[in-house]
Design a protein around this ligand. Structure first.
Ligand SMILES: Cc1ncc(COP(=O)(O)O)c(C=O)c1O
Length: 458
């Protein structure tokens, strides 16, 4: 299946009467959803809108059956045999918090993170350090993406209770050798929590083989609806965790004085659940399974290779992370000398309908240490095609041409008078510090190569 074959399944990629198909290069933030995901959610509300586990009528029975079936599907998808190891949550942030705030920490216990974790895998540890006296060890990673086992061993030797690392970085798309990390950590009796929300959308994850204790994913980065996530573990490991919330659905019974918690995973799913979301997320992974990860990976890799090779000789464009796109297949993160990343993003959006993300990508610590204001990031998924990649390259080239190198840091009258009012507002909202890209009034036109009337082909 080529990207062109799947694009028709994604309503957001359609051309509209007043404008051509968008070029969506922000899937690392959230992916688009195929029609089958929308159908699954609508089906819930239209056909069996009950609350599982409470009522005995047919709607409730049907949703209960499908909800548990979704759990079994996620367990198979992630290589965890027992569905009771799958907890449905809102996102990976909540999954990481459940582990962080749920483990029985003792003062002086240590957690090991890397120096480029998303805030979702950082702030929870800072809070535990301040409130419960845990220590935080930081593993320094190289910008070229090389992993240093000696560094890890040296940190583990200090006595670490939990290793908590990303699988694939949202900064540059490079991945860590999870199996090796788990083996080394387990040898030292440390548990491992992996933030898998940038990896699971792109490659098969076999938690049985990797041996990870806790694995966090976000449904909305892998074709599912927003507000869906999973913590994947084993019932035994889950039993150690204190639920983040308790109340309805989490207990076997209660008296006015006490209660007994249900076994995992239900003790972690408090209150009425996001049934439509979970069924939608399940439809998302069904779709990925149908397409197959060979195709999913190939689409992103092809787009990234095209972009990386086309822009290789542009001396003002600097790519973050490994040079070889094969080592960061889903992400092309970059800066352009003298240009504010938000301005780069706005230029691409307004001129070329190319949507990228800009800023610090929730990893403020990484940029602050380097004195950088952030970067722009194009990210790819199974629906990214050659036209998307070409539109992006064309937009970047046009921007480079409009802002000559010597003017890149300057202020000019042209800059003051440029841009739509809407764009100015959006720049403020995005926290742009301003840069010469504003002087380059973006051309408004269709992305090259794709007919304005259709979602595109080829
Ligand atoms: C590496 C990484 N970790 C955690 C998160 C947080 O994900 P969510 O907002 O779905 O909880 C993100 C989101 O972009 C991410 O890229």
């Amino acid at each position: 299946m080529t990207p062109s074959a799947v694009r028709d399944d994604f309503p957001a990629l359609r051309a509209r009467p007043d404008h051509p198909a968008p070029v969506y290069l922000d899937s690392a933030c959230m992916s688009l959803v195929p029609r089958s995901v929308l159908d699954a959610m609508e089906e819930y509300y239209a056909d069996f809108p009950g609350c599982a586990g409470r009522s005995l009528h047919r709607f409730a029975e049907e949703v209960g059956r499908r909800f548990e079936d979704a759990r079994a599907t996620f367990a198979r998808f992630l290589g965890r045999g027992d569905p009771a190891g799958i907890v449905f949550l809102r996102n990976s942030t909540e999954a990481i918090n459940l582990v962080g705030q749920g483990l029985p920490w003792k003062r002086g216990d240590r957690v090991l993170i890397s120096d480029r974790e998303h805030n979702s895998n950082l702030i929870v540890w800072q809070r535990l350090a301040a409130e419960r006296g845990i220590g935080i060890e930081v593993l320094a990673l190289s910008d070229s993406g090389e992993f240093e086992p000696d560094e890890l061993e040296e940190k583990l030797a200090r006595g670490v209770r939990l290793v908590s690392l990303f699988h694939t970085s949202n900064l540059d798309g490079s991945s860590l050798p999870v199996r090796e990390i788990v083996e080394r950590a387990h040898d030292r009796d440390a548990q491992v929590l992996i933030d898998g929300c940038q990896a699971a959308p792109h490659e098969p994850v076999d938690l049985g083989r990797l041996g990870v204790d806790f694995y966090a994913i976000s449904g909305h980065k892998m074709l599912g609806p927003t507000g869906t996530g999973v913590l994947a573990s084993t019932p035994d490991a889950l039993r150690e965790l204190r639920p983040l919330s308790v109340g309805g659905e989490t207990v076997e019974w209660s008296t006015l004085a006490t209660h007994e918690l249900r076994p995992p995973p239900h003790r972690f799913e408090a209150g009425l659940q996001n049934y439509a979301g979970v069924l939608g997320a399940r439809a998302g992974i069904d779709y990925l399974t149908r397409v197959g990860f060979d195709e999913v990976g190939a689409a992103a890799r092809r787009a990234n290779e095209l972009i990386s090779s086309e822009l290789e000789d542009e001396t003002r464009v600097h790519v973050l992370g490994p040079r070889d796109p094969a080592r960061r297949p889903s992400i092309f993160a970059f800066t352009i000398d003298g240009l504010d990343p938000h301005d780069v993003a706005l230029f691409l959006d307004e001129g070329f309908r190319v949507m990228v993300r800009s800023g610090m990508h929730c990893v403020h610590s990484f940029y602050a240490r380097r004195g950088l204001t952030g970067n722009a990031r194009a990210s790819f998924y199974l629906y990214t095609d050659r036209h998307d990649a070409e539109a992006f390259v064309q937009g970047v080239r046009e921007l480079l041409g409009r802002v000559p190198a010597q003017r890149a840091n300057g202020t000019s009258a042209a800059r003051r008078e440029s841009g739509s009012r809407g764009a100015a507002g959006r720049r403020r909202a995005a926290g742009s510090t301003g840069a010469a890209a504003r002087s380059a009034r973006p051309p408004r036109r269709a992305a090259p190569g794709r007919a304005a009337s259709g979602a595109g082909s080829g």
